[in-house]
Design a protein around this ligand. Structure first.
Ligand SMILES: [Cu+2]
Length: 337
């Protein structure tokens, strides 16, 4: 017994010292991290983040219009089931745009047609999609569409110099939800600067009638320190916290959602479940859930209907993403008809 204590006491002392060191150094690192976060410029605290008691303000109390809210309603689908048609878009790249990334915070960005994300491109499966790209900038750019198309329409090798135009033309297939983005190197910079958007290819047999929404999830590193400062639905942090998306009680909703940032996202709707159609490439949901993980460029369709009226949060379930912009409100109202 005597020997046992003689050998264990120094061990205990060593372990205790090690634990104390780990606690103290951990506290120091955390403190440094917090101080670094606070020193960042362009920090914006949304009133919807709530009070010191961490309660969320109701959206009607915090409505604070941005200069403009990115309309979450996608353009209507082509009128199926007619014959396949030619669907034309013109996308102009501008390297000299200012973009309000959060209320009162403007940053320089690169844009397709002046917005981040760029406009939604929409066609029906089998249509011929013709997209004219005009590069008004100084750097070479491209458009790389996801989906099926010939090699020379893939927007990887054929870099478009500033001041020139190029026409992408291919048959829209398969049906689903896709990203499009610049693929000029360094791709990370062209993406982070804002050159991305969503493409919806509708099935030739139309999906059932629903209120349609489209959310592109992305993030902005405003001070270029390598970590994102704002996370956004459709390019603006907190825009649907200040301007809730109105839904009609009992009416089906179809949400097209796409992640364009290099971190995992976890879109989640509150007090409800959705039918999940990964990549939008099926007519029927694969499962019923209320959250899904989306890696960069992964996308899905969520189909849901609210059963009760009221105000419901939607968010990215990564807490940091939510606190830095990826949250908002659905206001579910009785139909006035
Ligand atoms: Cu580019």
């Amino acid at each position: 017994m005597y020997n046992f204590f003689r050998y264990t006491e120094p061990k205990k002392l060593l372990i205790t010292t090690l634990i104390m060191f780990m606690i103290l150094s951990g506290g120091y690192i955390l403190g440094q991290h917090e101080a670094e976060k606070k020193s960042r410029t362009n920090e914006y605290i949304s009133p919807s983040l709530g009070s010191a008691r961490f309660q969320y303000d109701r959206p009607s109390m915090s409505r604070n219009p941005l200069k403009e809210v990115y309309n979450p309603t996608p353009p209507p689908p082509r009128i199926p089931p007619g014959k396949p048609r030619l669907v034309e878009y013109t996308l102009e790249i501008d390297e000299d745009s200012m973009h309000e990334v959060a209320p009162g915070v403007e940053i320089p960005v690169w844009t397709f047609n002046g917005t981040v994300p760029g406009p939604i491109i929409r066609a029906t499966e089998g249509d011929t999609l013709r997209v004219t790209l005009i590069n008004t900038g100084q750097f070479p750019h491209t458009i790389h569409f996801h989906g099926i198309h010939p090699a020379e329409m893939d927007g990887v090798f054929e870099l478009l110099p500033g001041g020139e135009e190029f026409v992408y033309e291919f048959v829209a297939e398969p049906y689903g939800v896709f990203p499009y983005h610049c693929h000029s190197n360094p791709v990370s910079k062209h993406l982070l600067n804002g050159l991305y958007g969503m493409m919806i290819i509708d099935p030739r047999t139309p999906r059932p009638e629903a209120q349609e929404l489209a959310f592109v999830m992305s993030a902005f590193d405003t001070d270029r320190d390598g970590s994102a400062d704002f996370y956004s639905w459709n390019g603006k942090a907190f825009q649907y916290a200040h301007n809730p998306v109105e839904l009609t009680l009992g009416k089906p909703v179809r949400l097209y959602v796409l992640n364009m940032f290099e971190e995992m996202m976890a879109p989640h709707i509150h007090a409800n479940m959705f039918g999940l159609i990964p990549s939008g490439t099926a007519m029927e949901p694969r499962e019923i859930t209320d959250v899904v993980g989306l890696a960069i460029t992964e996308r899905a369709i969520f189909e849901f209907t609210y059963k009760y009226p009221g105000t419901y949060m939607f968010q990215c379930h990564f807490s940091e993403h939510m606190e830095q912009g990826l949250m908002g409100w659905f206001e579910v109202k009785q139909s006035i008809l």
